[in-house]
Design a protein around this ligand. Sequence first.
Ligand code: LLP
Length: 416
Amino acid sequence: MDHFEYRNGQLFAEDVAVADIAHAHGTPCYIYSRATLERHWHAFNDAFGTQPHLVCYAVKANSNIAILNLFARLGSGFDIVSGGELERVLRAGGDPDKVVFSGVGKKAVEIRHALEVGIRCFNVESEAELDRINAVAGEMGKVAPVSLRVNPDVDAQTHPYISTGLKENKFGIEIGRAEAVYLKAAAMPNLKVVGIDCHIGSQLLTLTPFMDALQRVLALAERLAEQGVQVHHLDIGGGLGVRYKHDQLAPSPADYMANLFTDERLRQYEIFVEPGRAIAANAGILVTEVEFLKMAEYKNFAVVDAAMNDLIRPALYSAWQEIIPVVPRSEGKTETYDVVGPVCETGDFLGKERDLNIQPGDLLAVRSSGAYGFTMASNYNTRPRALEVMVDGSAMHVIRQRETFEDLVRGEAILP
Ligand code: LLP
């Protein structure tokens, strides 16, 4: 459920008319709903009941510090993948002791900073990385808390670009080798083994792959315990899918947890979860204005002022996101359009073959844009990144200004 709905013939974000935001601040703009973000976070947190757990919001999904701050206020943890994301979490008031650090290529300087501020755990993706963390911690006279990200070799049945738990993927340590690597880690002087981590992919719409992965992780935890390596937490990663299309069904966090906890062995561990999309996607829309309608022999195009640089998911993954009018017309003709941006690439589309009754100047909203929207935006074609607004009841707050040309050329220099 989200808080974007039609009232009196126009789209609202909570109690604010989307058209009012667009008129006040221009387009393209991202609009997020605080109530939706918080509702989705609570859905995860509440699904655990009394089970010790930590919801580590995956910062990459949407890293605006206003959003991170909302979660920090709720006591959230965070899953980060770079020193930059760590800075954002700290800037937003997040508790470093609730941060887990994932990612295959952590640099020594990032590891050092994470140790300085005292994060909860490094999710280690290779043996080489174990050595590096051990060395950096040693230089600092610290002990680094680690879990190994194991690759359970299960098929997440999602888009190949966002599937991460197969043995051919670059992520994690093959589960067959994990035991040996754990024993090695346990013997390293500057590391403390605290957990097992696993993330098999994103936009999963069935629970079976999660359960398959969990079974393998639980079996590993037991084998490790027999050898004297007792882990305290299991991190089951992110990946729960969302409904992009009306007819799509996505399991709720409550369904997800109920399914996992059918295995009672899980109860003895603190459980970490790293949701990104399931919290943020349907809490945001991208609003764009129709510039031109181009009616051609084979196709009609609606040229809008948002493009692949603002929202790359359709171009990159052939992702389908719903496109709806902000103020639906009661008269006029519905035509089938490809909704395209001004960027000079054939792949620059937000949606194909959409039935819309629109005219130039109309506003469209691309739904489900709260996750992997702004965070994947670029300045391609020297386009400033969009403004971001957070609606909170009847209030709207600009949480990021639109970039200016000066922002775009900052740091560039011509030869003397
Ligand atoms: N934890 C780790 C280690 C991850 O790699 C990811 C996402 C997450 C958690 C959060 O996954 P989520 O709950 O959001 O599925 N740009 C793509 C999605 C890439 C996901 C990358 N990793 C998209 O727009 O579909």
